[in-house]
Design a protein around this ligand. Sequence first.
Ligand code: C5P
Length: 222
Amino acid sequence: MSPVIAIDGPSGTGKGTLAALIARHLGWHLLDSGAIYRALGLAAERRGLSLDNPSSLQPLAETLPLRFDSGKVLLAGEDVSEAIRSEAAGMAASRVAAHTSVRAALLQWQRCMACEPGLVADGRDMGSVVFPHAALKIFLDASPGIRAERRYKQLMAKGLDANLPQLVADIRERDARDRSRSAAPLRAAEDAVLVDSTDMSIAEVFDRVLEEVRRVFPELVV
Ligand code: C5P
């Protein structure tokens, strides 16, 4: 199997940005697994399916017409890259992601993304379930307050409405569901390197993770 770097952690830690930077730096592929759950949530809502009923979600997960193309997320050919980024889509993702059968349906699909020269996989269970043999596992965390603040700034920068106390509440609710679910709960793999980004800039996190990449892949000139 091609080399994999797994980057897990809750939302708002800078995980997605970090994964994209590392993938670009190494010239490796990138798997944004959250986008899969977000797209599934969106597809389910559009079909009027209950997000809490795995028996109708599983067949949809098995046949989801999803493609990643040049940084875009395409659902049945439609560019949903922006639509899946809303807070509501994040909540819907977290609900569909709680079902064991839905996760199982998406497992092989994600594993197939590991191809040469390597894959940087971003999610909640990349190191613990999907790629348990990943050569490097990073668990990126940060306090809920700072994660909400970062999200608030992102939304404001996009000219979207944002309410900080509501964002803190949403983050806590999504964390609680992701950490307490029985199917692949959000947790650091035992062999993961923990990085707390609360007081770090994205550049500092990038440098810290690159140190680990050099340690694990000394043959890569990075
Ligand atoms: O990372 P992102 O915020 O895009 O993920 C959206 C939701 O998808 C998460 O809150 C989580 O419930 C779910 N997810 C997951 N496993 C992954 C990636 C995301 O359960 N590997």
